[in-house]
Design a protein around this ligand. Structure first.
Ligand code: TRP
Length: 334
């Protein structure tokens, strides 16, 4: 290829706006930050996707998106390099979703594993997900990816069935009309699964998460609440790191895990000291992000970054929709 700069492959990924981000999201974001050097990246805050399940909750998605974008920027996403934007602001997402709906057999959507699982799971807490929108969740995700002709999609392992569905839809579209879309690959990142401070799944709704923005004192407080080995009552009782929440965090955030493990097993370090050491290490990881957050947290700055991303995304999206309209026989925009 003659021009190395113009030939970067495209990546798209998205995150549902469910709340401010916590350290469980950190490895995903750090991976995105690495990818933006190698690829032309589009990262979307997918508010339509949030509404497929939260349709009955009143949320200010504009404000929530600003907070999430601030989290993204503070970890190092660079809006000069990468398009960060809100999905619903680029209306072509909804338009391509509708176009793809014409060619997607119902059975493909009904057999996506998360579909029945989630209907049951959220049904058991009283949410009715027998909606057209929820059935269409993975189709909307396919539209997100295809709109930018992304060749690669960084996702968690749980999302692979959605990527597979997207590939099937790409093949069907290309077969029915013309070869418009590439078949995207899922890039599965290794995400360490950290529990919340109470040992349950880390989740904003359980109030057991440590936010990316947490200040030193807040980190200390959250780490103090972590569940430790119940067999250790005194400092010199022998510990069992494998059952301890604090140790799971040491494995991700502490440089000398094997020393921590040994001192716990031998009863040489107590839970209080062990927690203080973890809080210190966690604070070292988060401190640079807090500093960057301060730079971004000025009136209008995040909104401007989102606006810029939106414009870039809209341009790419409009190009794709021109092609889609053309091959489907719809009158063209331009
Ligand atoms: N379904 C994804 C999740 O829950 C979020 C998402 C929406 C997404 N659209 C996407 C991820 C497109 C990758 C690409 O994590």
């Amino acid at each position: 290829m003659s021009n190395g700069v113009a030939s970067r492959q495209r990546i798209l990924s998205g995150m549902r706006p469910t709340g401010p981000l916590h350290i469980g999201h950190l490895s995903v974001l750090q991976n995105w930050v690495r990818l933006q050097r190698e690829y032309e990246c589009f990262f979307a805050i997918v508010d339509w996707h949030a509404l497929t399940t939260a349709y009955d909750e009143k949320t200010d998605y504009g404000e929530l998106a600003r907070q999430i974008a601030l989290d993204w920027l503070s970890v190092g996403l660079d809006p000069e390099e990468t398009a960060i934007f809100v999905q619903s602001r680029v209306t072509e997402h909804a338009e391509l979703f509708l176009a793809l709906a014409m060619i997607t057999p119902l059975s493909w959507l009904e057999r996506v594993p998360s579909y029945k699982d989630q209907i049951q799971h959220l049904g058991s807490v009283g949410k009715d997900l027998h909606t057209f929108g929820f059935l269409g969740y993975p189709l909307l995700q396919a539209a997100d990816i295809m709109l930018y002709k992304a060749q690669a999609v960084p996702v968690g392992e749980d999302q692979l069935p959605h990527i597979e569905l997207c590939r099937e839809i790409v093949r069907r579209f290309n077969y029915l009309y013309e070869e418009v879309f590439p078949e995207p690959l899922g890039l599965v990142g290794q995400v360490p699964l950290l529990p919340g401070v109470d040992g349950r799944k880390m989740s904003k709704s359980y109030h057991n998460a440590i936010s990316i923005a947490a200040a030193t004192e807040e980190i200390k407080g959250q780490v103090r609440m972590m569940i430790t080995d119940p067999a250790r009552l005194r400092k010199d009782d022998l510990g069992h790191p494998e059952v301890c929440v604090v140790f799971k965090f040491h494995q991700v955030y502490s440089p000398d895990v094997s020393r921590v493990e040994q001192e716990c097993r031998d009863g040489h370090i107590g839970c209080v000291g062990c927690k203080a050491y973890l809080a210190e290490n966690l604070d070292k990881v988060l401190a640079p992000y807090r500093a960057k957050r301060q730079e971004w947290d000025e009136p209008g700055l995040v909104q401007r970054a989102l606006k810029r991303g939106e414009e870039r995304a809209r341009q790419a999206a409009a190009d794709t929709m021109d092609e889609v309209r053309e091959v489907m026989g719809l009158p063209r925009n331009r």
